[in-house]
Write a protein that binds this ligand. Structure first.
Ligand SMILES: *Cc1c(COP(=O)(O)O)cnc(C)c1O
Length: 338
């Protein structure tokens, strides 16, 4: 599959490492756990949104935009990385933040909120839970236009067909690494939220004939709600690539529950996962996404979902700045709900 016909900006110099985690594997008692370090992508610090933005920002520049407008929840990694890309390209950046938990957006909080201000976000509009984000972003874009400038709207999580190409590129990068490193992976575990990562990777695997099941762990929804989103995203990406393929519904698989009690709210299994990775491999997960996704991998392992000798790849999608928002809970010095 030829991605070179899509304009792309480059924010990461080389492939992110694909590594075995011997200490964590021993602590877990199997399966054999590998990690793809997409937390080491570029952009202050990078994460899965970096890959999507390579294509989205290239499109914005091709259209002559001078301002990126996007949206997210409080402590959004996507907003931070979009802002970082804007800074690199000499663009302005504005956010619409949806307060999914009322009162949760504090401008002067640490973590990503600190980074929003440090990197110089132009404006943040805070809206209540349930707001139509597409309309809210359009209103911000209209203000930018009224000021004689040119906005470009990036959907939440950067998850549209174009953004999904970032994870098609990741699929191709992985395929090359499997070959060069002589690694045989049986299954991939990935976080599933706005679904550009899960759906894009699935389209990339199907399009490149990489025959490897993807296990999604929902970070905000159970499978009944999540799987259709992922399927739709994978199909949209496949269509953009001109693959002339119907994405099989049974290729989409996810597990729910691990995100509870609520999106972004800590639970005990997440705390265990974050501590375990930090203390066995010195790898920093995050409390909102990768901590819960790793809790899913740990939970499924303990239920015997994987064979002990199976090679399972965990896709690390970034997010470490939010660790600082939950320091007390992560150290076991404050209660967690779940
Ligand atoms: C956004 C995000 C995810 C979820 O990825 P989607 O493509 O939105 O499904 C996972 N991990 C981290 C750290 C994120 O910031």
């Amino acid at each position: 599959m030829d991605l070179s016909r899509f304009p792309r900006r480059r924010y990461t110099l080389s492939p992110t490492p694909l590594e075995f985690m011997p200490n964590f594997t021993r602590a877990l008692g199997g399966p054999q756990v590998w990690i793809k370090r997409d937390d080491m992508l570029g952009l202050a610090p990078g994460g899965n949104k970096t890959r999507k933005l390579e294509f989205l920002v290239a499109d914005a520049l091709a259209q002559g935009a001078d301002t990126l407008v996007t949206c997210g929840a409080p402590q959004s990694n996507h907003c931070r990385i979009t802002l970082a890309a804007a800074v690199r390209e000499g663009l302005k950046c504005r956010f619409v933040i949806e307060e999914r938990v009322p009162g949760s957006f504090q401008r002067d909080a640490s973590g990503n909120h600190f980074l929003f201000r440090l990197m110089g976000v132009e404006a943040i509009t805070v809206v209540p839970a349930g707001t139509n984000m597409r309309e809210a972003m359009q209103r911000v874009a209209d203000e930018v236009t009224a000021a004689g400038r040119k906005p470009y709207i990036i959907p939440g999580g950067g998850s549209n067909a174009l953004g999904g190409l970032g994870y098609v590129a990741c699929a191709q990068e992985l395929q090359q690494q499997f070959f060069e490193q002589g690694v045989r992976i049986d299954r991939v575990v990935v976080g599933s939220g706005s679904s550009g990562t899960h759906g894009g990777l699935l389209a990339g695997f199907l399009g490149n004939r990489i025959d490897m099941p993807i296990v999604g762990i929902g970070v905000s929804r159970d499978p009944a709600d999540q799987d259709p989103l992922v399927h739709q995203e994978a199909q949209a990406v496949a269509d953009l690539l001109g693959l002339d393929m119907k994405v099989p519904r049974e290729a989409v698989l996810s597990f729910g529950e691990y995100w509870r009690p609520k999106y972004s709210v800590p639970n005990a299994a997440m705390v265990e996962a974050v501590q375990m990775l930090a203390r066995t491999e010195a790898i920093l997960l995050d409390p909102v996404y990768t901590g819960k996704v790793m809790a899913g991998l740990i939970g499924l392992s303990r239920q015997g979902y994987f064979r002990r000798d199976e090679n399972v790849l965990f896709l690390h999608t970034g997010g470490a700045p939010a660790l600082h928002v939950y320091e007390a809970q992560l150290l076991g010095e404050a209660p967690v709900v779940g």
